[in-house]
Design a protein around this ligand. Structure first.
Ligand SMILES: [Zn+2]
Length: 104
């Protein structure tokens, strides 16, 4: 389920803003320290309300943990398949509308 964020976040890597979030567990609003995955560039960030952009680049230790997580690697592979032609705004909107259709 895709939910609106109270505050937009900006990706530290590609600079794209995000005002929506989807959680695999459903219904959970992100808290500081939660992991964020950028749908546009497939980089991870850590939600952190003390940052102007609302999220920050993972520390080297956090990145190392993410790089070793099989679920994270699976998510990156799925992203690469889904957005093999590039994660343009149109492609992301199309993906979001597919999610709406599935979730009702
Ligand atoms: Zn990004």
């Amino acid at each position: 389920m895709i939910e609106s964020l109270e505050k937009k976040t900006r990706c530290w890597n590609c600079g794209k803003e995000s005002d929506r979030v989807a959680s695999p567990t459903g219904g959970a609003s992100p808290k500081d320290g939660d992991v964020s995955f950028c749908i546009y560039c497939s980089e991870f960030a850590i939600f952190d309300s003390s940052f102007v952009d609302g999220a920050r680049k993972p520390s080297p230790i956090e990145k190392d943990i993410l790089d070793r997580d099989p679920t994270v690697q699976r998510l990156k592979r799925l992203w690469a398949i889904r957005f093999s032609d590039g994660a343009s705004e149109d492609a992301v909107e199309e993906w979001r509308s597919e999610g709406k259709g599935r979730d009702g």
